[in-house]
Ligand binder design. Structure first.
Ligand SMILES: Nc1ncnc2c1ncn2[C@@H]1O[C@H](COP(=O)(O)OP(=O)(O)O)[C@@H](O)[C@H]1O
Ligand SMILES: [Mg+2]
Length: 223
């Protein structure tokens, strides 16, 4: 049998993917789509339609029952609630936990300073995590994804618990990462907040186990 998940740079390709949770109807049903470029890709869909299941497939936490997924190996995830994700007591120790190679001490400090600056948490290295606001915790979760060197980040309703000011700040930060000159990344963002869609590069809707084609926000209509 051919292993249904293969690695392919930073592109992501789903080919006729099926998946069912045990004793349930098929939640991902003949789903095909692809992403071949950096950008902020948003996925919209009703509760329970299979969006988080789709992310688990991309992360290889579960495997398709049929079909094929070709995609990046170095995927990181940012969840709705940073408290479910952050494990360590300080910003620096949390970041160190997410470093995948083994840099020397000087390089490690340089990387920590650099990602904290990118996410707007300059000088927060020794800050205890419990003193951060919700928005700052979400920035730390994004910094953790960046320090792991992922070029593909999955975000599952990352602003659902934030107030509107933090929501806009996180959206702007995330978008800037996808359009920066050096190493722009791909972000796949699940939302059910219609007001976020105008920030997207492309939008897809999930319905009946399938993801639609990608639309730019200007051509997007939800029905
Ligand atoms: N670990 C699991 N075990 C069994 N069923 C699950 C599991 N995770 C999700 N499901 C089911 O799959 C369906 C889709 O869930 P999910 O992918 O979380 O939807 P969404 O993220 O779009 O709200 C739901 O009916 C849910 O109960
Ligand atoms: Mg979900």
């Amino acid at each position: 049998m051919q292993y249904p998940v293969t690695s392919l740079g930073t592109s992501l390709i789903f080919k006729n993917v099926n998946f069912s949770w045990p004793s349930q109807e098929r939640i991902i049903n003949n789903c095909s789509f692809s992403i071949h470029e950096p950008g902020l890709f948003m996925i919209l869909g009703k509760n329970g339609c299979g969006k988080s299941t789709l992310f688990k497939l991309i992360q290889r936490i579960i495997l398709p029952t049929e079909g094929k997924i070709e995609g990046p190996i170095d995927v990181s995830t940012v969840f709705q609630n940073p408290d479910h994700q952050i494990l360590m007591p300080t910003c620096a120790s949390e970041l160190i936990l997410n470093v995948k190679d083994n840099p020397n001490k000087k390089l490690m400090q340089k990387r920590i300073d650099s990602v904290l600056e990118v996410v707007g948490l300059k000088g927060f290295k020794l800050r205890p995590v419990q003193t951060l606001s919700g928005g700052q915790k979400q920035r730390l979760a994004i910094a953790s994804a960046l320090i792991s060197n992922s070029s593909f980040i999955l975000m599952d309703e990352p602003t659902a618990l934030l107030d509107q000011t933090s929501q806009i700040e996180i959206l702007k930060l995330v978008k800037s990462l996808t359009i920066r000159k050096e190493r722009p990344i791909t972000i796949l963002w699940i939302t059910h907040r219609m007001d976020e869609l105008s920030h997207a590069y492309k939008i897809g809707t999930m319905k009946n186990g399938k993801l639609s084609e990608w639309f730019p926000p200007t051509n997007f209509k939800y029905n």
